[in-house]
Design a protein around this ligand. Structure first.
Ligand code: ADP
Length: 669
């Protein structure tokens, strides 16, 4: 085993690797950029070396600096985590040249799988089934287009060097081909510096099922079963689980064997993942092999009882695989939910900010939180907006799912919009509970997940109001108990009036809509209220069992809700959905700056990528005007109406603050 390793990564995965290294008595070296000087991974490591500026191309991607840091600290091996340099053949070579062990596969395997097109050729030869498509070297537009036309639409364009759903575009009809090709190429150049494309038949309802494989340097290979990663947005995984629901023994074995053939075809060593699309009829097709540890590896760890980072370190230091195929078993069921700083109501655009309050659920045998941030840390524009991975385990899928929703309802984050409500609603939705999974899950079940229905609002609004009133009363009585004059009328926040009933009026905001609320305390019974909102007056009773559990009876419907609250935001979690309200600030006049209709301000902090029209051009409503990028995700800004683009305020390459005016737009009358 190594004495000291360097982790060429940041965030949760760097912390994750450090934890196992520590367990094994291996010392750790972190590397960090200017933006990460005080980051959690830096604090956790035994040593840390500064390697450059905040943008990853100036630090985490500069492999010469990483190698230098390893040499300077005497690290014998480098764990690359995922992303960054983890699948970079040049980096792997540079490690070798400097006598540093790369904790991952040999360079030949990375090269073979580095290009999705080349990988397909190899897999075809190893008898691994492929999705029909074109993955040739001739990259002329006409050849790719002809392949698409011949196959028939829909097709999927993919960057050969791609990953993480970037550089990928669905094309539903021929007319969309050119724009999609241009966008995919642009994203590929920005993300990977290579715009080689392949095109595949787009399967409309497949599941994404992947096999974890492990190989050692002694010719042994095993598979640690599958993960179902069908629930995706923007082709990126959101909730993963293991084992895959409904998986038969036969398909599991066939897939496992195909994955091992795939790994052995490229003389694999270490941890790898072979991704397949699983069609309704049980046939499966190779998509790609990721030659590194996956983000979602913890679900496999839970069901197999193994520590995959430990396996990686053992294999890289020359040991044999800890177990044989016969010794591996599936035990129970695990889920992973990726908690992101992003806005599900705004096309999942990444958001940035400071984590002003952060309280994950309590960890236990059944609940694990892998994170790389602490309260007070920034989610910046420079890196992936993932805040944490929440992983749960139990004996079967139903029980594990209950663990997941409970843990999600206990997660408290303030300072930025997150996808927590979305995850909760998704995990609670009927189709997810019934495991009706395919890669179109989110689009298909949009209504069930987003709960934008009046019904939920009508039910949760009084709950939020009731919570707010009870919470304010609790604070008031706490304050009063500390005060020398406990009965002073100044120590109450209920709207106390001499000889009048207690009435509080305020407004709650949900998805930009303001709901005025009036809560009247019925003096005869202190726990009873009359709540008027949404043009209805209802009878409500409630008590706070603890800081965040509200026992309520709203017009004869009794429910225990979890309510989390920080600053002005209240998230109400009922047994089947989650809604976050904010308390409206007192009206200070018209502060609406966004009179243009919202389309022309930057939706997030990011970079201007390209202008799609010239300044001075006349455009039609919904024409694409320019493209912004944040955290490697592109977002197209479209014209809000017919009009003229008079000027762009930002040139390609310039950084743009979220909310900034992007261009001068004049509407046609
Ligand atoms: P990346 O490396 O960018 O993650 P993948 O090739 O792994 O890209 O594909 C990511 C996701 O895109 C898959 O999980 C699946 O949902 C979808 N996908 C990929 N290829 C196809 C296809 N041919 N048909 C339908 N969906 C696909």
């Amino acid at each position: 085993m190594f004495n000291k390793i360097l982790i060429a990564n940041r965030g949760e995965i760097a912390c994750r690797v450090i934890r196992t290294a520590r367990k094994l008595g291996v010392r750790t070296v972190a590397v960090y950029s200017d933006a990460d000087e005080n980051a959690m991974h830096v604090a956790m490591a035994d040593e840390a070396v500064h390697i450059g500026g905040p943008a990853s191309r100036d630090s985490y991607l500069v492999f010469e600096r990483v190698i230098e840091a390893a040499k300077q600290t005497g690290a014998e091996a480098i764990h690359p985590g995922y992303g960054f340099l983890s699948e970079n053949a040049d980096f792997c070579n540079a490690c070798k040249e400097n006598n540093i062990v790369f904790i991952g596969p040999p360079v030949g395997a990375i090269e073979a799988m580095g290009s999705k097109s080349a990988a397909k050729n190899i897999m075809g030869e190893a008898d691994v089934p492929l999705v029909p498509g074109y993955h040739g070297e001739d990259q002329s537009r006409d050849i790719i287009k002809k392949a698409a036309d011949d196959m028939g639409y829909p097709v999927l364009l993919k960057a050969a060097a791609g990953g993480g759903g970037k550089g990928m575009r669905q094309v539903w009809k021929e007319e969309e081909f050119d724009e999609a090709l241009a966008a995919a190429k642009r994203e590929a150049i920005n993300g990977f510096g290579d715009d080689t494309m392949l095109v595949e038949k787009y399967l409309t309802q497949p599941r994404h099922v992947e096999i974890q494989v492990f190989c050692d340097q002694h010719g042994n290979a095993v598979y640690l079963f599958e993960r179902d990663c069908s629930v995706q947005r923007r082709h990126q995984k959101v909730i993963e689980e293991a084992p895959a629901p409904g998986m038969t023994k036969e398909i599991r074995e066939a897939m496992g064997q195909a994955a091992i053939r795939a790994a052995q075809a490229i003389d694999y060593e270490g941890a790898g993942t072979v991704e397949f699309l699983l069609d309704k009829d049980g046939s499966f097709y190779f998509m790609e092999m990721n030659t590194r540890l996956q983000v979602e590896h913890p679900v496999t760890e839970y069901i197999s009882g193994q520590d995959l980072v430990e396996w990686q370190l053992r294999v890289a230091s020359g040991e044999k695989l800890p177990l044989t195929q016969d010794q591996l078993q599936i035990n129970g069921h695990a889920f992973e939910a990726r908690v992101y700083a992003e806005d599900p109501d705004n096309d999942f655009l990444p958001v940035t900010g400071t984590l002003s309050f952060l309280q994950p659920p309590v960890e236990s045998e059944n609940v694990r939180v892998d994170t790389g941030v602490r309260q007070g840390d920034e989610v910046s524009i420079y890196y992936d907006p993932m805040i944490a991975k929440l992983i749960v385990w139990d004996e079967d899928r139903d029980k594990a799912l209950s663990r997941l929703t409970k843990a999600l309802s206990e997660y408290r984050i303030s300072g930025m919009t997150t996808n927590l409500d979305f995850l909760y609603n998704l995990a609670n939705s009927k189709p997810f509970r019934e495991a009706d999974l395919d890669t179109g899950f989110i689009e298909k079940h949009n209504d069930a997940i987003f709960h934008s229905g009046e019904q939920e609002v009508a039910r949760d609004l009084p709950l939020a109001a009731l919570y707010l009133v009870l919470y304010r009363e609790q604070i008031a009585s706490q304050k009063a108990s500390l005060s020398p004059d406990r009965h002073s009328p100044w120590n109450t926040t209920s709207a106390w009036r001499l000889n009048e009933q207690h009435i509080q009026e305020f407004s709650l905001i949900l998805r930009d809509q303001e709901y005025p609320v009036k809560v009247e305390q019925l003096t005869a019974e202190p726990t009873r209220y009359s709540i008027t909102c949404n043009n209805k007056t209802i009878d409500a009773q409630g008590v706070l069992i603890d800081k965040s559990t509200l026992r309520s009876n709203i017009d004869g419907y009794q429910v225990n809700a979890t309510v989390t609250h920080h600053d002005d935001l209240f998230s109400v979690y009922t047994p089947d959905n989650a809604l976050t309200f904010s308390v409206a600030k007192p009206d200070l006049g018209d502060l609406d700056m966004d009179a243009s209709g919202g389309g022309l301000t930057a939706p997030m902090n990011g970079t201007m990528v390209t202008h799609l029209v010239e300044a001075g051009a006349g455009v039609k409503k919904d024409d694409a005007l320019c493209v912004m990028e944040a955290m490697k995700m592109e977002h197209t800004i479209v014209a809000p109406a017919d009009g003229v683009v008079k000027a762009f305020y930002y040139q390609p390459g310039e950084l743009v603050d979220g909310g900034a005016e992007l261009l001068d737009f004049e509407r046609n009358n």
